[in-house]
Design a protein around this ligand. Sequence first.
Ligand code: PLP
Length: 355
Amino acid sequence: MIGARAHIAALSPYALADAPGAGVVSLAQNESAFAPSPAALAAGRAAVTDGALYPDPDWGELRAAISAVHGVAQDAVLCGAGSMELIGALIRAYAGPGDVIVSSQYGYAFVTTAAGQTGAQCLHAPEPALHVDTRAMAAAVTPATRIVFVCNPGNPTGTLIPVADILRLRADLPSGVMLVVDQAYGEFAESSDDPSPVFDLVARGDTVVLRTLSKAYGLAGARVGWGLFPPGIAAEVRKLLNPNNVSGVSQAMAAAALRDQDYMRDVVARTARIRDRFCADMRALGLEVPVSHTNFALLRFGTPERAQAADNALRAGGILMRGMAGYGLADSLRATVAEAPVMARATQILTEHLT
Ligand SMILES: *Cc1c(COP(=O)(O)O)cnc(C)c1O
């Protein structure tokens, strides 16, 4: 018997959404409803010709594009094969057996998995009424806490933490505790709050901000995430990233997508219009739906049985949403916002099912 280390053997595999069968539309993974920018597709096709070569290990063109869009220093940016790679490397660098990561009740599930991979424990501060309570997160910190992870806007809640609360959370944390702000859906929330004060926290030396190309930019398949890191943390995390971690095609697509801000803004606006219509329709059916600042909606059916029955009806109609039992929300389904006709079909199925 070849035994894995005890904490790995005890770990459950990270639970992804069910694979959609033939003819089924997946609304289960928060992928973009829209194709990537045509400029990104062209850049990717051109980059294929360099397939014999290792990609730029320093993500030069990509970091230049991030720097131009966000007004951040290029050398403060690290890029990952998705922001999941950066989350994993951060936790491996700063936590291990006996250490605690603090997240929130409905915080991103991958943080719990990544903590478990190192033997660290993940604690979840209560999230009353599906809104992150930053005071409760600060109160959950003990001398064993290494990192506090906050996702804003939240997944799977879709709710937004005011920037002032993030700033106060940082002020309330001991300086020896790292704060990581995961802004995977940040582009969908920028009209409601100015994110730059959160980027400015990085200069303190104890805070990291994460972004991804997987959602608003429609590049989930390219696996590109990035973060803004203080120099000391960047140096340690970089040791844990595989060299040449982001393929050349992916770097080229991501850089071109970032340079096409008009396209991304248009996708975000179109997604928000479809989302708001869908959420209004769902509330009219009697479902509780928190106001979403993302590309998905959380549908609360009241009981696990009703959520399961709705999931069955949707699957029978060719639509796959994401069950939320893993987050302790077995009464809920999470629906990624797709093109308007798909959402209209989902509305029709649920209307027939519930009325
Ligand atoms: C989708 C998502 C990510 C992004 O993951 P990638 O690895 O960049 O695709 C990160 N955090 C949250 C909360 C997400 O929902």
